[in-house]
Design a protein. Structure first.
Length: 95
């Protein structure tokens, strides 16, 4: 009941082809393929050492005035609003 049958997929495919047309759909798929190819080439170029394009000076962090480690231990702070009292059964009947 919740899954699509083969006829549903065929009808969905026909509707998509009618909306986008065969030519536009193939053009979109070729653009996706070109994008994936360029992405893979970019990744492989990052792995290769450059032809003298490496940095001669490594990046340094700016100097810090306070070199002490930061204390990150949690501290309990008092609640800004004290918890409200809920009336008990005896207090609600008083008038």
């Amino acid at each position: 009941m919740g899954s699509f049958s083969l006829i549903h997929w065929i009808i969905l495919g026909v509707v998509i082809l009618l909306l986008f047309g065969g030519n536009r759909f193939s053009a979109m798929m070729s653009d996706v393929a070109k994008g994936l190819k360029n992405f893979k080439q970019g990744l492989s170029e990052d792995d290769k050492p450059g032809d003298g394009e490496t940095r001669s000076d490594p990046r340094h962090l700016p100097p810090q005035a306070n070199r002490e480690p930061i204390d990150v231990t949690p501290r309990r702070t008092p609640d800004p609003v004290p918890p409200s009292r809920t009336p008990t059964g005896d207090e609600t009947n008083r008038e």
